[in-house]
Design a protein around this ligand. Structure first.
Ligand code: LLP
Length: 468
């Protein structure tokens, strides 16, 4: 099967050798220049890489005319959403907060689907009237009228019958028809990390395939609810097409059952989860997934069923790097450490999932530019070093005992494939402000999120002046 590695020369993020050294370039800007200009830690994304990924996804699934509903949770920066929206993506949101981000990014509400296992009434209302709740109170009557005309989201991906009840109540109150897709859980093990496996009958998501027929029967012909699609998502970082194939086979059984009862399934939303290569060869290429899935779905697509996917990681992970600076190097009894200025606060994936992220200095001697995402046995002068953050926990690491060129104070390191679930999962533990974010476009460094100030971390405390 075809496997890919993003350190190929075609990537907009690559090492370029010049006058005795090899430097990491993000498009036409060096990683060191980014840190010099914006400080560190900083997440840097390549606009070109983002566009390339969207295009490649569209091409891989072209026979299905796929609708890409980008999973905002992977990286929700408003400017990234705007960029992906312009590239043709719809958006998949899982909270009122993410919904608000799509509003701010100028994504039309009818291009948003609202998923999530715990939607609250106020979030459902915001998705039904499709207006900015952040600024609503400040608007005058005329503006409210204008905003109120934005209309509902394209669909709710509904996770339970109780949720359907709540959506129905709110929709009736607002006199808006809510289009709904029922999330079914096909009981397929995606064979990924247990925290991000979602499609087995032990997981909290969706309803079982057996329940689906009854729910569709019960909700047929309702005034404010239009239940007309199925949704599923079996997990994240799926490395082989097999679980998808089983999932689609199960879902198609449910489709047959529901349609025999007289409801036409207009939409099939098959979720996200496509894996990427964090280390060389870890995951099959997207095209392999597409090759396996297209024959199962082509006929439906040709008959007019809307086929949607919700990729998050696959679109943004490889388009982003986290740049950090070495604060100190030290040797304890047994191990060599590089203490850098961001750890589990900026990138929690190694601590939470034991995830591997390739790390390499932003500038190395010529010949030390990495050729693959594996441990670089071919590079001379490497030694095992752990890259750890400033947080007071031994679980705070980005890499343990990794073969790396000998690091020194003030070196800039790049943590690869951090465009997805990097910034969006970052936190402020130990009162560490979150990193900033920049979008690189050619030679341009565009700040898309400024660095938090320490005062930002205390805003809530200061606003609650009870004890002062
Ligand atoms: N759709 C639904 C309903 C989801 O729950 C998710 C991810 C996606 C789409 C997008 O999945 P993706 O294409 O990105 O795999 N924090 C974890 C990943 C959690 C995924 C949660 N749901 C990580 O860092 O690996």
């Amino acid at each position: 099967m075809a496997r890919t590695s993003s350190l190929q020369n075609v990537s907009p993020i690559k090492y370029v050798s010049r006058s005795g050294s090899s430097r990491l370039m993000i498009e036409s800007v060096s990683a060191e220049e980014i840190v010099k200009r914006t400080g560190s830690p900083v997440f840097a994304y390549s606009a070109e890489a983002l566009s390339q990924r969207v295009k490649r996804f569209q091409e891989a699934f072209a026979p299905l005319h796929p609708q890409i509903c980008y999973a905002v949770k992977a990286c929700g920066n408003v400017h990234i959403l705007r960029h992906l929206g312009a590239a043709g993506c719809w958006m998949d949101v899982v909270s009122g907060g993410e919904l608000e981000r799509t509003f701010l990014a100028g994504i039309p509400t009818e291009r948003v689907v609202f998923a999530g296992v715990g939607k609250q009434e106020h979030e459902i209302r915001a998705a039904l009237h499709g207006r900015h709740s952040l600024v609503w109170d400040a608007l005058d009557g005329a503006s409210k009228k204008m905003c109120a005309q934005r209309g509902p989201v394209h669909a709710f991906n509904v996770e339970s019958e109780q949720e359907l009840d709540v959506i129905a109540t709110e929709a009736a109150r607002l006199k808006v028809v809510a289009r709904c897709h029922l999330r079914v859980n096909p009981d397929v093990d995606a064979k990924t990390h247990k925290y991000i496996t979602t499609g087995t009958n032990r997981n909290k998501f969706g309803v079982s395939i057996d329940q689906a027929g009854r729910i569709f029967r019960a909700w047929r012909g309702k005034k404010w609810i239009r239940l007309c699609g199925l949704h599923t998502h079996i997990g994240s970082m799926i490395e082989s097409p097999r679980p998808y194939v089983r999932c689609v086979q199960e879902v198609m059984k449910a489709v047959g059952h529901i349609e025999r009862q007289g409801t036409r399934i207009e939409s099939l939303d098959l979720g996200g989860g496509f894996g990427i290569d964090y280390s060389s060869g870890q995951s099959v290429a997207l095209e392999e997934h597409a090759k396996a899935l297209i024959p199962l779905l082509r006929e439906r697509a040709e008959a007019g069923t809307r086929i949607a996917f919700e990729p998050g990681r696959w679109i943004v992970a490889e388009a982003g790097v986290l740049l950090v600076r070495v604060l100190y190097t030290k040797r304890t009894g047994r191990a060599h450490f590089a203490v850098v200025d961001a750890g589990m606060n900026a990138l929690v994936r190694p601590a939470l999932y034991g995830a591997f992220h390739f790390i390499w200095p932003a500038r190395v001697q010529a010949g030390q530019g990495p050729r693959s995402l594996n441990e670089p046995e071919h590079v001379r002068g490497c030694m095992p070093q752990s890259v750890v953050g400033p947080i007071c926990e031994s679980g705070d690491f980005l890499a343990l005992e990794r073969m790396l060129p000998r690091l020194k104070r003030n070196d800039v390191l790049a943590v690869f494939h951090t465009g997805a679930y990097g910034m969006s999962m970052s936190n402020t533990y130990n009162d560490q402000p979150k990193p900033s974010e920049v979008l690189i476009r050619g030679k341009q460094i565009i700040t898309i999120r400024t660095r938090d100030q320490v005062i930002d971390l205390m805003r809530g405390d200061l606003a609650a002046s009870a004890l002062m």
